[in-house]
Ligand binder design. Structure first.
Ligand code: C2O
Ligand code: CU
Length: 454
């Protein structure tokens, strides 16, 4: 390689190393129509909507303790808003139209500006008509670096998605009642960083940090990682107190994230990230391996913890959330704006799901908590479908049957007929959404909210 080629390839490399972090002036993120090759090259391109003409949107990166200052400009034919998924941020910056801000109309700009108390792997996505806008491509990774990051040779982010495309490259239609009342918009093509089965070359002996983010509309990925050894170090952005060996099957529900630190020690010539489907495993990304054989490395340390808000289980407020509806669910009626509607009238309004008998976001919060109060919410899934329940603004722990607390998460998968209890300390004031991240379910009624009053 001559010097010129070398400089050329450097310039083209994505700015992923922490050395490249210049502290921001205000950034601008433009939401606009965007055309990109998504299907294999022999098929037509796809008309998407994207941030800054890239699908997925460019990685936004900052350091823990800094601020993120981003003007979002909307040039789409629809109103939008941006949610910074998993960040424990200022409520006014949470990006929920009608709850925390007015929607950003066509031609308008919204100035987001917030502190970053936590390190970890997050993502940003449209929170307006999200079943459609996220599917069209309005999402990207949001990485907050630890002030003292772990020592790795490569830090790689994988935004996973499954998109539903027609053979002519167009997105399948969105007005689909079957999606709203069943599992949601399950795609027909798996993507990692917008690409079909991309390759990321690695060297034997390297230690990698892999950040997996699910931007899928509704599919729960069951993933396997072959050809590397390592640990799960964080879930939904939050460090585990103790790194755990990577399980055979990593379940990643919509919106969830997992951070892995792995060593490339295999004698094979490739490591593979696999998605397990009913009829077998498929590569979703691969890592061609080069270099001479190496010895196994030492185990890694836990990531430095983020600020902790301990839960007072014994004195916690309790609440329950009954999840009802959907096909084969037998929900007869639900309230909408204070009015009782039968299943037929609900369907006429595109509503198929209810939380505690209410379809759609109610005027009154599910809970009005005082700042610092602990709460336990028992969630019962009385439906035939899984739901990925997401709380904005605060992470929670699952309360296991033996009373132990699970790791901090912002999204928990609730399988059909399952009951799970979550608990958290209401440490962040504001109005916070609690909804299903199967985006069709949210659109069709599965969303409520919680108020934390200072
Ligand atoms: Cu990822 Cu309410 O959102
Ligand atoms: Cu759901």
């Amino acid at each position: 390689m001559d010097r010129r080629q070398f400089i050329g390839s450097l310039a083209a490399a994505p700015l992923l190393s922490s050395a490249s972090l210049a502290q921001p002036a205000t950034q601008r993120l433009i939401a606009a129509p965007h055309r990109q090759q998504v299907l294999p090259a022999e098929y037509p391109e796809t008309d998407l909507w994207a941030f800054d003409a890239a699908f997925p949107g460019r990685p936004l990166r900052a350091r823990q303790g800094d601020r993120l200052t981003i003007d979002v400009e909307n040039t789409l034919p629809q109103a939008t808003a941006v949610h910074w998924h998993g960040l424990r941020l200022d409520n006014a910056m949470d990006g929920v139209p009608g709850l925390t801000q007015a929607p950003i109309g066509t031609g308008e700009v919204f100035a987001y500006d917030f502190a970053l108390p936590d390190a970890g792997t997050y993502w940003y996505h449209s929170h307006a008509k999200s079943m459609e806008q996220v599917e069209r491509g309005l999402y990207g990774p949001l990485i907050i670096d630890e002030t003292d990051p772990p020592d790795v040779d490569q830090d790689l982010t994988f935004v996973l998605d499954d998109i539903r495309l027609n053979q002519d490259g167009t997105l399948a239609a969105f007005d689909n009642f079957h999606d709203l009342s069943h599992a949601g918009r399950i795609g027909n093509l798996w993507l990692a960083n917008g690409l079909i089965d991309p390759a990321y070359p690695v060297k034997r002996g390297e230690r990698l940090r892999l950040r997996l983010i699910s931007a899928a509309n509704a599919r729960t990925f069951t993933l396997g990682l072959m050809g590397v050894e390592g640990w799960v170090v964080a879930l939904d952005g939050m460090p585990l107190a103790q790194p755990q060996r990577i399980p055979e099957e990593l379940v990643l529900a919509p919106a969830q994230r997992v951070d892995l630190i792995v060593d490339v020690t295999s004698a094979e010539d490739e490591a593979v990230l696999v998605t397990y489907e009913r009829n077998g495993g498929y590569a979703i990304a691969r890592f061609p391996i080069s270099g001479p054989a190496v010895a196994t490395r030492d185990r890694i340390d836990a990531l430095p913890p983020n600020p902790d808000y301990p839960i007072d289980l014994a004195n916690a407020r309790t609440a329950t959330l009954l999840v009802e509806g959907g096909a084969m669910g037998g929900m007869r009626a639900a309230r909408v704006d204070g009015q009782e509607l039968d299943a037929r009238d609900l369907a006429g309004r595109g509503l198929f799901w209810a939380l505690n008998g209410v379809a759609g976001r109610p005027d009154a919060p599910l809970l009005d908590l005082s700042l610092g109060e602990s709460v336990r919410i028992g969630m019962a899934n009385d439906t035939a479908f899984p739901h990925a329940m997401h709380l904005h603004g605060m992470h929670f722990s699952e309360v296991y049957e033996d009373g132990r607390l699970g790791p901090l998460r912002d999204t928990v998968l609730l399988n059909p007929q399952e009951t799970r209890e979550i608990a958290f300390q209401a440490h962040n004031p504001g109005d916070w959404l609690l909804h299903c991240h199967m985006l069709a379910h949210h659109q069709a009624g599965m969303g409520t909210w919680i108020r934390v009053t200072a």
